[in-house]
Ligand binder design. Sequence first.
Ligand code: MG
Length: 272
Amino acid sequence: MEEITAEFSAEQIAPTADLRIIPEVTVGCKTDVGRVREINQDKFEYYLAEDKLATRGLIFLVCDGMGGAAAGQVASELAAKTFIDVYLNHPSADPGIAAGAAVQAANRFVLDNARAFPARRGMGTTLSAVLLVQDLAFLVQVGDSRIYRIRNGEMLQLTTDHTYPNELHKMGMITAEEILTHPQHHVLTRAVGAEPEVQPDIEALDLKAGDVFMICSDGVPNHVSEDEIARILGSNPPSAAAWKLVGQALVGGGSDNATALVVRIDGLVEVN
Ligand code: MG
């Protein structure tokens, strides 16, 4: 990991934080190729760090790859595993810094791989991750996969979609309704593997027992309304919720690969 260490100054490589709190979670996940596509380019991964890596916390992510032939599948796979590897092994004690470096490493890896294999040129992927560290949830976002959270019965989309119509909406040029019907609805303004540098959104939020996080590819919200997503998440345990969300995406048309990863915070356990 020397080349990664070298990118950071000594101040950024703080000593490891003491482990005070461990989030206890229940996880459920489901991915499906859908009813139209021939391959599934979505990828979910999670890693529950223990022992000497325990201060890195719990990692959950979804990547939605894009690119001809099977290239999108390669992109999502490479990005997911590179992100986790680099995040876990990065020398900084600050999860936000480690996550930022992990996104850049994943970006370089996908880009280099696309250069090495002409059939993979132009491949890329979204990356949405939740990192549960002590009593914080770090969110990492590139692209248009989404992270939702239910707290006290209320659901919020915590991430911004990095799409062209969404940028137009932020500039006040189109309405929220027009985003949905815009012909370039799926054109991403940020993706892992698209440019030499990528700008992830990274944010830390407080974590509470009872919170439910759901990370999904666009194949879910394309076919399942937010009211329906909230209802399913609010009334089912994680595995059932993930299967039902993806099932509803198929019922609604299944025009894309669909993936849902659900994480329920059962408790925040204090470590003595
Ligand atoms: Mg998709």
